[in-house]
Design a protein around this ligand. Structure first.
Ligand code: NAG
Ligand code: NAG
Length: 350
């Protein structure tokens, strides 16, 4: 990382080092994990930006079956592992009032968000293959509207973990995974759109749902187990707001054998990664007047589990979900028809 060293020297020489500058990645993080880390473009109409983990936690109460349970004080990423796997971190506010903290933190002109909004988790498989997971956190997921009708707005939830993953082979980026709802898409690194440095792939975060796409535009998506014709539920991505998650990340090494995490800097909190509960409210029952349920789809669904639950030791580039893992060799949008097609440029992992 020649460029980084130069920056460090210049900063030292001019005394800039004490300024509230960029958070630098700790030493020990493989340089290719930083060099090829995806950058994210957020949608300009998205009110729900990335969120600082501790700010999120400070607005929640641990609940089980809608009843408050023991909560450490303060509840933060140092104490989160004291909670059980049955816990839902439940909003202290009625989320239908759209409180400010749901909106997270907007990146500044350099793409930096205040606080810790992301985590990088590296799984070195020991055979030259390294999977680097770039985890992105948002406090609120707005699920979108079927046919664009506000009366058919489903899948909103508190807490939203999304990720991209770059698979490296001997330090070379080979494939990029983009998480989208229950599944996602994988592309050869070589065909992905790159940031201005021609190295870092771009992930476009969809308005509200924060599903990650390789291209801008409109993307059909389906609700799992809910067959809708193409086009009725769409994600929208655009090259609007630049976010560089690396500047607000914590960095961890993952040991698959022990299912354990180590902070590269030796000091960042680690135990929050072993919290197996949910990062948001439990799906409200239909007796709750905020809830709407049509065709089995809830307007407010349950919050997600955290990074540990994203198949960090997956063997294919895609998580194992029963589908073939198509590694696209051309940039294609997501659609019901295209999803079933395999092109000559693609590689299929079974
Ligand atoms: C983006 O999401 C907001 C609600 O969060 C919605 O009002 C707006 O219409 C959406 N825009 C697009 C282009 O999807
Ligand atoms: C992790 O994945 C590799 C294959 O990629 C496999 O050989 C290994 O057994 C897995 N480890 C665990 C603990 O599941």
């Amino acid at each position: 990382m020649f460029g980084r060293k130069v920056f460090g020297l210049v900063a030292l020489a001019t005394g800039v080092a004490s300024a509230p500058a960029k958070r630098q990645a700790p030493s020990g993080v493989p340089d290719y994990v930083l060099k090829y880390a995806p950058v994210v473009y957020l949608h300009g109409q998205d009110p729900y930006m990335p969120s600082d983990l501790n700010t999120h936690l400070s607005h929640t109460t641990p609940e089980v079956n809608f009843n408050a349970v023991f909560a450490p004080n303060p509840l933060d990423i140092n104490s989160l592992n004291q909670l059980g796997g049955d816990v839902y971190l439940t909003s202290n506010d009625d989320i239908t009032t759209n409180p400010e903290w749901l909106k997270g933190v907007r990146p500044d002109g350099n793409g930096k968000t205040e606080g810790t909004t992301a985590a990088v988790i590296v799984n070195d498989k020991g055979d030259g293959t390294v999977d680097a997971f770039y985890m992105y956190f948002y406090t609120y997921n707005w699920g979108g509207e079927v046919l664009g009708l506000s009366s058919l707005n489903f899948g909103n939830h508190v807490g939203d973990w999304e990720h991209t993953m770059v698979r490296f082979s001997n330090g070379n980026p080979e494939y990029v995974w983009y998480s989208q709802h229950a599944n996602g898409q994988a592309f050869k690194y070589s065909v992905t759109e790159k940031y201005s440095d021609n190295l870092r792939p771009i992930a476009y975060s969809a308005n509200g749902s924060h599903a990650n796409y390789a291209i801008t535009g409109t993307h059909d998506h389906t609700i799992p187990n809910f067959n809708l014709p193409g086009g009725v539920l769409e994600d929208h991505t655009a090259k609007d707001i630049f976010w560089d998650p690396l500047q607000s990340s914590l960095f961890y090494k993952y040991d698959a054998g022990a299912n354990s995490f180590t902070a590269y800097d030796g000091t960042s909190p680690v135990n929050w990664l072993s919290f197996t509960g949910r990062w948001g409210d439990e799906e409200y029952p239909t007796s709750d007047k905020r809830q709407v349920k049509i065709f089995g789809q809830a307007k407010y669904s349950s919050g997600p589990t955290g990074p540990e639950d994203k198949q960090l030791n997956r063997s294919n580039v895609c998580p194992d979900n029963g589908n073939d893992c198509i590694l696209r060799g051309i940039l294609v949008p997501r659609s019901v028809e295209l999803d079933a097609k395999v092109f000559a440029e693609d590689v299929v992992q079974r």
